[in-house]
Design a protein around this ligand. Structure first.
Ligand code: MN
Ligand code: MN
Length: 466
């Protein structure tokens, strides 16, 4: 046996080192990590928009005994409810036995919208033998990544009589897919000399939808008419119905294992369903009845959390106030005692693009769920910046529950930056810190996470809600 030197002993005791979740896990835990990933991947395939994420989340909640809450309903201890905010945001909550004026409400807040392309309101036209749909991108996309890949249409069309029709085309193997044209390299010399951000202008993200002319020589836009007649046959909708629709273009890919060892997952929309799913399952599986817990699955994070389904809307605090009032507690006291994990993804260090990271302070893939004390940009502006005391409290909680975790930041100083819903929740006098899964190729049509980090985040939320 090798003797440990005094210096080595001192180093082990005093220095900090990140741990790899896979390396630390027992064979039993490795099995759990891979098993948990299967559930997550099937969630991803059925939740490519915030509406679909709401629908599947409600199914999971109702199966676990949760029922719908509407503002004004009575709330009592032991209740398991969910608030459905216009089918695009959900707040699931369990009312515990502990006094919320003492212990507050524990909140895990993730978002379920992801970057994508939305159809414009008058989207359809034809040109030079092809039918197209006009789009306006939603959230931060690198436009060139969306050309020449298989795409699907998801969303809802509200007809003249008010009936809402759900549309999903491109997911079934027998479905057609959709497409955005790119330029052949032979004629791409000028395009190739543009910056990445300019090479594909937003107005050129037009969706290719067909090429079959309607069989009537008197009609002028024959390909468009073919498309309209097919939509009419299948969904009983007209072109004017598209004016009151929310149709989104998302990658037609399914979630897949990456690599010989299957340790990583490629999927559309890890940001932020990779935090939403662990939050939801941690709540559903929680057997402890003492804490009052809320899981928020929010919409509109990718566009700034504005609007009635975003986290800048009052519906979260309104619900907290309703719970407080129903239990006869002062709502301001309850908020001041509450705490929130803002559950969102963080940039994982990528050795292929090492120059934008400061490695010591970056999240490393498979080293566990990542706590970000601050986000923001240029001198920490627009950040929540959790206090040392609150970070200390969460650190203690994770360590006591054997959660392997790390800290991270969104790139090196002045390389860029970004934000989460953390500040909007903290602004209501609720202690908040960002915790979530490190992602490679964030906001790409196909993003990458480690199964170890998904499971570590699940364990972190389990520890937080019990
Ligand atoms: Mn996010
Ligand atoms: Mn994002």
């Amino acid at each position: 046996m090798k003797e440990t030197s005094i210096g080595q002993e001192m180093l082990d005791k005093l220095s900090y080192k990140k741990l790899n979740v896979f390396e630390e896990a027992s064979s039993e835990e490795i099995k759990n990590i891979f098993e948990y990933a299967k559930g997550y991947m099937s969630f991803l395939d059925s939740a490519k928009t915030e509406r679909e994420a709401c629908t599947i989340s409600i199914k999971m909640l109702e199966k676990a005994g949760f029922s719908e809450y509407k503002f004004g309903d009575k709330i009592s201890v032991g209740d398991k409810k969910y608030l459905n905010q216009y089918g695009k945001s959900i707040i699931a909550f369990v009312v515990g036995t502990e006094d919320i004026a003492e212990c507050g409400i524990r909140i895990v807040a993730a978002h379920i919208d992801s970057p994508r392309l939305d159809l414009k309101q008058v989207p359809m036209y034809e040109d030079s033998g092809m039918g197209f749909l006009k789009t306006h991108y939603y959230g931060g996309v690198k436009k060139y990544q969306w050309t020449a890949i298989p795409l699907a249409i998801h969303g809802v069309v509200v007809k003249a009589d008010g009936e809402a029709v759900n549309v999903v085309i491109g997911e079934d193997d027998s479905d057609p897919i959709f497409y955005i044209n790119d330029l052949l390299p032979h004629l791409g010399a000028n395009q190739a000399s543009q910056t990445l951000g300019n090479a594909i202008p937003g107005e050129s993200l037009n969706i290719l939808i067909g090429g079959l002319p309607y069989n009537d020589k008197d009609v002028s836009e024959k390909i468009k008419l073919t498309a309209l007649s097919l939509l009419s046959d299948k969904y009983d909708i007209t072109e004017e119905d598209l004016l009151s629709a929310e149709l989104s273009i998302v990658p037609a890919y399914k979630a897949r294992d990456i690599g010989f060892d299957r340790a990583l997952i490629a999927a559309y929309g890890h940001d932020d369903r990779v935090c939403a799913y662990p939050a939801l399952t941690a709540l559903i599986e929680n057997k402890d009845t003492s804490k009052t817990v809320m899981v928020v699955l929010a919409d509109k994070e990718e566009t700034g959390s504005d609007g009635i389904t975003g986290m800048q809307c009052d519906f979260l605090v309104d619900l907290m106030d309703e719970i407080s009032q129903n239990l006869g507690k002062n709502s301001r006291t309850v908020r001041s005692k509450s705490m929130c994990l803002s559950a969102d993804v963080v940039a994982a260090f990528d050795p292929n693009f090492a120059d934008v990271y400061e490695k010591r302070n970056s999240a490393i893939i498979s080293c566990g769920t990542t706590l970000c004390k601050y986000t923001g940009a240029r001198g920490k502006s627009s950040t929540n910046d959790a206090s040392a005391e609150f970070v200390g409290l969460i650190r203690k909680l994770f360590n006591e529950n054997n959660v392997i975790w790390q800290t991270g930041e969104l790139g090196k100083v002045d390389a860029g930056g970004g934000g989460t819903v953390a500040k909007y929740i903290a602004n209501h006098n609720i202690q908040t810190v960002d915790v979530g899964v490190p992602v490679i190729s964030m906001h790409a049509p196909y993003e990458v996470v480690s199964k170890a980090d998904v499971y570590s985040t699940y364990k972190a939320f389990v520890a937080f809600v019990k």
